[in-house]
Design a protein around this ligand. Structure first.
Ligand code: PLP
Length: 395
């Protein structure tokens, strides 16, 4: 067998490991007594319109509804997405350069496989979503981990020092998993300027891959700048998993920016990469509900409420927390250098928090705030006890 594939299949991610531990623990001591912050599984129900659209579609000719669409997806759906994006962001994207995918994961994997040549590297900014490594290595490339600035946002000057002739792309993720940080327009412009400068220097494009499954999960009026407007050689990877709470249905898309050089060729390479990975024709029923749902989201106010409960409660206790502008995670400084040891200690109070080592940085833990309000509120006394333990140890 393929050893690399075996390793990927056999080795559970640390996040999954923690989740499975939580399932076992809940069976032992009761669901309410375990504060499981491990998984980013949306807790808000999908909007009612999702159900209504599905019911409408199920009343139509089943052969047409459930049949194959073109590999890239139904063209009317792709047109609806292009119109929506162009209307909302004053962009100029083309339906013909949109590929519907099984979520952001397939969009990323198709995009990476489409542009990366064997032996080249892709820059990821730490902390980063661990699956990037899997997709990049599967495409025969290597990951170059570049730290963010102190504010957990990618920094153009750090990027400039790390980019080489062997860099084919940089992946940004805004709002970010695991920090919730949103890249503001100024930073995006600075990053774009470095990518442009380096692409010219090397006479070969260094692509920007914008991983955006949390684009519509933002708080306090924060908005996420649309990246193709700032950098031509951009591929946007979007997903309805988080915005519409449909992660199990596997629907999203990749957009090759219309101003990308050789855009059609890039699109066909992405399509070829998707084909080679078996990603043709995203789930047809879920493709077809999309036009009616563009611009709608699940009720994300529950995540904001949880964010505020946990952010304020943890800060009052004495924890250092990065304030997230989007997504549904809190990045909290561990109370000892070793985040894995801290995560183990937290289990004493039934708190399940993910050590940051999985995301390429040390000394933090991720708390997923897509939990019930009750879990968020009741966990605070456990976090206080955990803090007390560390304080007492040191005094
Ligand atoms: N990118 C990031 C940053 C994520 O957090 C996730 C899922 O959690 C994905 C991509 C994959 O999303 P999808 O479920 O749409 O494949």
């Amino acid at each position: 067998m393929n050893e690399k594939a075996y390793e990927l299949g056999a080795k559970r991610s640390e996040i999954r490991e923690l989740y499975e531990y939580g399932v076992k623990r809940k069976a032992e001591i009761g669901e309410k007594n375990v504060f499981d912050f491990s998984l980013g599984n949306p807790a808000a129900p999908a909007p009612e319109e999702v159900k209504e659209e599905i019911i409408k579609l199920l009343g139509r000719d089943p052969v047409a509804v459930h049949g194959y669409t073109s590999a890239a997806g139904d063209i009317t759906v792709r047109r609806a997405i292009a119109d929506y994006i162009n209307g909302k962001f004053a962009a100029e994207e083309k339906a013909e350069l949109i590929y519907l995918t099984c979520g952001a994961a397939a969009a990323l994997s198709a995009a990476i496989g489409g542009i990366l040549k064997r032996g080249e590297e892709i820059i990821v900014f730490a902390p980063f979503f661990p699956e990037y490594k899997v997709f990049i290595e599967n495409a025969g490339g290597s990951v170059k981990i570049v730290p963010c600035g102190k504010d957990f946002i990618p920094d153009a000057e750090i990027l400039r020092k790390e980019i080489t002739e062997n860099t084919r792309a940089a992946i940004i993720n805004s709002p970010n998993n695991p920090t919730g940080a949103v890249i503001p327009e100024k930073r995006l412009k600075e990053i774009a300027a470095v990518l442009k400068e380096k692409s010219e220097e090397y006479s070969s494009p260094v692509y920007l891959i914008a991983d955006e499954p949390y684009r519509d999960v933002v708080y306090d009026g924060v908005s996420v700048p649309f990246p193709t407007k700032y950098y031509d050689d951009t591929i946007v990877c979007y997903s309805f998993s988080k915005s519409l709470s449909l992660p199990g249905e596997r629907i999203g898309y990749a957009i090759v920016g219309s101003k990308c050089r050789d855009a059609e060729k890039v699109f066909l390479s992405l399509a070829g990469s998707a084909r080679a990975q078996g990603y043709v024709c995203a789930p047809a029923l879920f493709q077809k509900i999309i036009p009616a749902l563009l611009g709608k989201t699940a009720d994300i106010s529950v995540y904001k409420e949880n964010r505020d409960i946990l952010l304020n409660g943890l800060k009052e206790t004495g924890y250092e927390v990065v304030k997230p502008d989007g997504a549904f995670y809190l990045f909290v400084k561990a109370l000892e250098k070793d985040a894995k040891a801290f995560s183990e200690m937290a289990k004493k109070y039934e708190l399940l928090v993910v050590p940051s080592d999985s995301f390429g940085v040390e000394g933090y833990v991720r708390i997923a705030t897509c939990v019930s309000r009750e879990t968020a509120v009741n966990s605070l006394s456990a976090f206080r006890k955990l803090y007390g333990d560390y304080k007492n140890e040191r005094t």
